[in-house]
Design a protein around this ligand. Structure first.
Ligand code: ASP
Length: 327
């Protein structure tokens, strides 16, 4: 039987052109126009095209991500669908892909793809990225790998990938581990597997999760603000191995005492946080007062994970267990 891919178009540079009046890129292309540049797709697979939105990805909210997740679930439940491709702006692509990865309990391939150059630019990469995404979904080797991000002929795990460069076509990297594989001449070649995949049994998310970046000399004022604004979780991008200025410790403690989880990751690009240092505000001190450790996740992805977990439970020990397993 011929395969069938559900292709959900959400917007992003892959669907943009330069507006002659603004001299800047804006949403402009629909699904048919994007696909018209890829030859002979119909010989490979049937397509179900869904024009979900035409949003730049800074306009994508967690609620939009959840609508997309629901739609993807529905498509995956359809026996005639082999897998799902989602086109997305690259700015928040890693967040949408990670949310889907944590929430979609499926073995079928789900690929998120975008472009760095818009249709008016020389070297538009939308068609080649989309065609690599199609090859990835159609490969049996992509089964059970969780949500994948395909860009610049590389295949990355949504749980590991991040956008690293504002301009380069080679912007999506898995800095700790490298890509899972490549797409070479329409063939998907995997070099490694994902060790294990975490699916959080959650049907909703908590939107009020803040992300705070640590800087020298900061105090607890920002945490006090989030607590008084009824936020339900806080991510701290801490310094180095996972340490904070002592002047913010009171706010962290107050948050945990109020049953608002605080998850710590590092503002360094790579490496895990750990309880190496015992001084005030050091990782060991933070561990002892109940801070949850977020491994090597970047802050923006730790935020998504806490949002998903808080949609499932608000019990501190369960949150800690779910957050710290599999990182
Ligand atoms: N600003 C664009 C967006 O995220 C960038 C892109 O798609 O590459 O929608």
């Amino acid at each position: 039987m011929k395969s069938k891919i559900a292709m959900i178009f959400t917007g992003g540079t892959i669907a943009m052109k330069v507006d002659p009046d603004l001299h800047a890129a804006i949403p402009a292309l629909n699904a048919d126009e994007i696909l018209s540049m890829i030859k002979n797709i119909e010989e490979l697979t049937d397509l179900e095209i869904i024009n979900f939105s035409n949003l730049p990805s800074p306009h994508i909210t967690p609620d939009v991500m959840m609508d997309l997740c629901q739609l993807t679930k529905e498509k995956l439940a359809d026996d005639t669908i082999t897998g799902v491709i989602i086109t997305h702006g690259t700015d928040t692509l890693e967040e949408t892909a990670y949310l889907l990865d944590l929430m979609l309990d499926t073995n079928k391939p789900v690929v998120v793809v975008g472009a760095m150059r818009n249709f008016s630019e020389l070297g538009y990469d939308g068609s080649s990225n989309l065609s690599a995404a199609i090859c990835t979904v159609l490969s049996d080797k992509s089964l059970g790998k969780g949500v994948l991000v395909v860009m610049n002929n590389e295949v990355h795990a949504a749980s590991q990938v991040t956008k690293t460069n504002t301009l380069s076509l080679d912007t999506f990297k898995s800095p700790e581990f490298g890509p899972l594989g490549i797409v070479d001449n329409d063939e998907v070649i995997y070099y490694r597997n994902i060790p294990s995949r975490q699916i959080i049994p959650s049907d909703s998310i908590e939107n009020r999760v803040a992300l705070i970046k640590c800087v020298p000399g900061m105090d607890s004022e920002i945490i006090d603000f989030y607590l008084s604004s009824n936020y339900k979780g806080i991510i701290i991008e801490a310094l180095g191995r996972g340490n904070v200025p002592p002047s913010i410790v009171a706010g962290i403690k107050k948050s945990i005492d109020n049953n608002i989880p605080v998850v710590m990751v590092s503002r360094c690009n790579t490496g895990r946080v750990l309880y190496t240092y015992g001084y005030e505000g050091g990782g060991k001190h933070l561990r002892d007062i109940g801070v949850i450790f977020g491994g090597n996740l970047p802050g923006q992805k730790a935020r998504i994970k806490l949002m998903v977990i808080l949609g499932h439970t608000n019990k501190m020990d369960e949150i800690k267990e779910l957050f710290e397993s599999n990182i």
